[in-house]
Design a protein around this ligand. Sequence first.
Ligand code: NAI
Length: 688
Amino acid sequence: MNTDLFQHRGPLAIITLDNPPVNSLGHALRQRIVTALAAAQADASVCAIVLTGNDKAFCAGADVSEFGTPLQRAEPVLATVLAKVEACSKPVVAAISGVALGGGLELALACHSRVALESAKLGLPEILLGLIPGSGGTQRLPRLVGVDTALAMMLSGHAQSARQLVDSGLLDDVVSQDLIEAACARAISLADELAVNKTLPRARDRQLNSNTTRARLIDERAKLTPRQQLQPAYTALLDALEAATLPLDEGLQRERELFLQLQASTQSQALRYQFFAEREASKLPASLNATPRPLQTVAIIGAGTMGAGIAICALDAGMAVILLEQDDGALQRGQQRISDHYQGRVTAGKIKASAAAANEARLTPSIDWAQLARADLVIEAVFEDLTVKQDVFKKIDQYAHPGAVLATNTSFLDVDAIANATKRPQDVLGLHFFSPANVMKLLEVVRGAQSSPDVLATGMDLGKKLKKLPILTGNAFGFIGNRIYNAYRKQCEFMLEDGAWPEDVDSALQAFGFAMGPFAVADLTGLDIAWRMRKSQAASRDPRERYVSILDQLCEQGRLGRKTGAGYYNYPDGKKSRATDTVVHDIIAQASQQRGLTRHPLSAAQIQRRAMLAMVNEAALLLQEGVASRATDIDVVLVQGYGFPRWEGGPVFWSRQQDRAALESDLQTLASASGHGFVLADLSILLD
Ligand code: NAI
């Protein structure tokens, strides 16, 4: 008996996966499972085997850091491990607590039975990395749960709890406690059945109805969204599922081929790059390491679109929230937004009424500034106007307790100019939430000239507590995200003058993978925000700069976007559908003429390249200026906050896939086309 490999429990062998923290299936663990299994099988005193993990994880899947290395391909590869589990002559039962994800769930699928704690989370998230399950997931899962559930799990990549999966056919027993006891009971009963029937229940022996499966998949192919169609993993997943109607070994082979093609693709590399970039993004540089200040009570000033959204995030995170407004009317409107939100969540069955009530009970709406004294953190979300914000910060300074962290949610304004309105600029930082604040994960944590390290650490800590993705950025116009987006939008406006129409630009960038094109976005968010900002900058604008006034002209005609029924497009029925308007074309043609340009149509490829070059150039400038501390942070911001296609990795990742000489020479051309005011960056900071 080798007690290192398994523990005896009566006539059972318990094999415990032991690769902390989450039992990822690196080479050593794969080897260990095979050895332990062989030992248990050879041990005459063992009649059945239970395979289990720890509280946190049965097994979180492949070791992503092994991807592309020889270790990943070293025997026993995962497929070999699973084949041995499935072929074991003694029953093998998976006892699942914590997570069973990817290869971890595939391991459980190869077992003869699965028992789980109701809180366990099970899923096949490969699609989120541009892959499909590569070790039998696409073949065994539909055999156990049917095509519909398998599709839902694999297309979303999202894990579900054992409680949710209780009737799916995936699990033979779901328990609230005593997992190992339940798994052992199941193992004994399988051993008894084996003695009588001489068979073990195996997913491989089940068959899918090929006609209904094919019909279902035809349906699903037609339903793939344009963004899914740009990602081969979605089609590959449907192809692999189709192969699940074949005998298992043929299906496994087909799955493997598809998996290997995807694994070698730039898209999957980009998605894996984003995965690691996001993990890295929330880490502060060592020089700023500090202990965060306490965070229990948050005060939010301004209960508009952003203030209400931020309040919801903080309430959802269990914090007490003081919501402050300038008058009763605005306060009531803000409070109403919050209660409407919770009402909607309850009606949609997303949360229980009692949980919504508990959250709302932690909200203190007020117009009394003295309430601020109770707050550990004050977040200002009033109008985007420097004087208004400075006045608000003077008042915050009077009432907030010493040591409270003071934050502004400004999108573009100078955080130092706001901090200096107080006598404690070291306590001030920017917390730039994105709209809708209770949905968007991105949070830019803006470092003012005097922000102290523990204040920044508190900002990052808040981000994590609110389940956001906090990213440190320097205090420069637009921080990381709006600065790049601004450069991109400007370039798209140049293209209008040069010969493209808004619909050409939008459709080209949507075809590249953006959720929406820039002009459709502008119409959605309202042109007046940009109009106000442009007017406030008019006095300081260099007259030599190439300035496109199309947006101003649209606004002057009352075309403020979708909310007024017209902007760059018409919205005839007040709904989402956009229609081209010749009035807009006339304004654009006139703008070209005034600049002395002959209009030349631009191809989708030209539009995409110019837009990307503008972003890449600005990314290099942000790094040069130290506004972004890591190139990967820029890519995370664009993907998380601006609808940049995740599978393209972000502008920096994209630039690294291009031919360098062509990139540099095209950028030179772009700089001359963009005219005065375009600062040409040195790309070596991105590419070397
Ligand atoms: P909003 O106009 O919806 O709300 C502003 C609220 O602040 C109003 O309810 C107003 O009554 C209140 N307010 C104004 N002055 C006040 C004062 N002195 N004391 C107390 N309350 C006062 O504006 P929104 O969209 O919520 O924007 C707020 C801030 O968030 C701005 O700085 C904006 O740039 C920033 N932001 C906005 C985003 C957006 O997409 N709307 C995205 C990210 C940041």
